[in-house]
Design a protein around this ligand. Structure first.
Ligand SMILES: [Cu+2]
Length: 104
């Protein structure tokens, strides 16, 4: 993560890959899956360990919780093929979104 973007914006991996995000900027960012567009059967993922997108948004809005600070990482293992759009909640309006493409 840079100051206002995921780099790369789209990242392609094969099934079973663990993707690691690192915050290389001085701003806090979240990695929050867009729950409604997850592939069928795929697990939701979000920094902070929230079980739903609504919970992740509520936590950020109420107490700025769930973000990664400079140097922190998070990871998720992708077990089901498909496209996984995700967002940084505090910078969503600035277009800080990304997609993981998972292929067989
Ligand atoms: Cu951000």
């Amino acid at each position: 993560m840079t100051a206002a973007a995921f780099n790369p914006t789209t990242y392609s991996v094969s099934v079973g890959t663990t993707v690691v995000w690192r915050n290389t900027s001085t701003r806090s960012h979240t990695v929050t899956a867009y729950e409604a567009t997850l592939p069928d059967g795929a697990a939701f993922f979000a920094t902070g360990g929230y079980e739903t997108e609504a919970a992740a948004r509520e936590a950020w809005e109420s107490e700025n919780a769930g973000g990664l600070i400079n140097g922190e990482t998070c990871e998720h293992t992708f077990e089901i093929p498909g496209e996984y759009p995700y967002v940084c909640i505090p910078h969503e309006t600035g277009g800080m979104v990304g997609t993981i493409e998972v292929t067989e």
